[in-house]
Design a protein around this ligand. Structure first.
Ligand code: SF4
Length: 239
């Protein structure tokens, strides 16, 4: 029997984020304390599972995620395991976006990454906004660059993939090739993917539209950078 909804997205706002990225519309307004205890997450998943077994089922496919900085949730590995029970044959959460802070700080990071991988996680998505000064400025936290680079090293040593999300703006365009090289250097030996994302004046960054790059800026980038996939929806019109 056809499900009532083909796709359901479940965003569990369980924890805030210690970064204060200028373009982030929500996390900056939320404290970094734990918002939802593990038992409540478990309850939501058991309700979803029960709905899945009804006829007709409520949904055909669920896309769950922990927000905002999933790795700051103390029980992130247990939650990943819960998500995995919803679809053990085709893991639902294969990529986790993180600011890298917990991985950089936690002495037990190897066990944590192992637990996540055993429950279907395949890669971490790391976002860079520039070299140290610019990244810390965009992320709104001194030490954010140091953390993300240390996290990348640790992810590599734990044998996990990295998906680099490389944000481009007028503020970092001069150092952008060096930023890409720094990301490649720190993740040498790992399986990586890269994508260029054009920084937009969303959220608290509404007053920063002067940082939006143009097609002319893109055209001036070296070929090695222009060869990286650019998220097409953010392609500037002209200028
Ligand atoms: S790291 Fe992500 S969740 Fe945290 S403030 Fe930045 S964009 Fe928002």
């Amino acid at each position: 029997m056809q499900p009532l909804f083909l796709h359901v997205t479940l965003s569990i706002i369980a924890v805030g984020c210690r970064n204060r990225c200028k373009h982030c519309s929500v996390a900056a307004a939320i404290s970094d304390s734990i918002l939802i205890p593990y038992e409540q997450v478990e309850e939501v998943i058991s309700i979803l599972r029960a709905e899945q077994e009804k006829s007709p089922p409520l949904y055909g496919h669920v896309n769950p995620c922990l927000m905002y900085e999933p790795m700051d949730y103390p029980d992130v590995a247990r939650v990943q395991k819960l998500f995995h029970t919803l679809s053990p044959d085709a893991p639902l959460v294969r990529t986790m976006a993180t600011n890298g802070q917990r991985i950089a700080e936690d002495p037990a990071y190897e066990q944590l990454i192992r637990d996540l991988r055993e429950n279907g996680l395949e890669q971490f998505q790391l976002t860079l906004h520039g070299l140290e000064q610019n990244h810390d400025w965009f992320a709104g936290r001194r030490g954010a660059y140091r953390d993300i680079m240390e996290a990348a090293k640790r992810i590599v040593s734990a044998g996990m993939r990295i998906d680099w999300n490389l944000f481009l703006s007028k503020r970092n365009i001069a150092e952008f090739p060096n930023m890409v090289r720094a990301a490649r250097e720190v993740s040498r030996g790992a399986e990586v993917s890269e994508m260029v994302n054009i920084w937009g004046p969303a959220g608290r960054a509404g007053r920063q539209s002067h940082l939006l790059i143009t097609q002319k800026d893109l055209d001036r980038l070296p070929d090695e950078i222009r060869a990286i996939n650019l998220l097409p929806q953010y392609l500037p019109e002209s200028g």
